[in-house]
Design a binder for this molecule. Sequence first.
Ligand SMILES: C[S@@+](CC[C@H](N)C(=O)[O-])C[C@H]1O[C@@H](n2cnc3c(N)ncnc32)[C@H](O)[C@@H]1O
Length: 200
Amino acid sequence: MNDEREVVVLRYGHRPGRDDRMTTHVGLTARALGADRVVVPDNAGQSAETVRDITDRFGGPFEVELRGDQKAIVRDFDGVVVHLTMYGERIQDVEGEIREAVGLDDDTARPRDLLVVVGGEKVPWELYERADFNVGVTNQPHSEVAGLAVFLDRLFAGAELDREWTHADRRVMPEATGKTVVDVDEEGPSGNPGTESTDG
Ligand SMILES: C[S@@+](CC[C@H](N)C(=O)[O-])C[C@H]1O[C@@H](n2cnc3c(N)ncnc32)[C@H](O)[C@@H]1O
């Protein structure tokens, strides 16, 4: 979410067909909630395309990468590695330590990159060992998308909800009722929409 520190989400493992929607949603959630990049396995091309398409339309910056070497990415990552798992330490107990480790709690601290790993199928034991933090968002089984959303919100302490998007073609107007999407090109200099349309 800033220029100095990269927050990368790694989708570890993907079963084509069965995991398509989940992998797409990991990417969309990473983008919407403040990560800079998502890495998905190279057999998840359709999910990568969908996330790129949303970024083209609704803005960025956000990168999507397809890679086949998940193990090596984790092993060689030059920064802090967080693995989200129901078996991990409670997020409420370690969130402060993680923010500190990446320099988010103190403006004078050196920013460090962060890799957030979420699984699909069973993840290898080396991941638990390599991770600097194994983190549980509750110690109950649920979903990688839910775990990622809560983790990112705790990491950024809610600041991600106010982020600005650049190079968007369209923008949703928040409103109590209705569904209004404006064409960004037609917004006036004050940011007022020039044209309004609804998507149904
Ligand atoms: C549906 S789970 C499958 C877990 C798989 N059966 C295993 O034993 O590793 C998929 C992913 O969701 C995430 N997840 C599920 N429950 C979680 C929790 N309570 N806290 C954090 N992450 C969780 C983990 O990243 C996990 O790899």
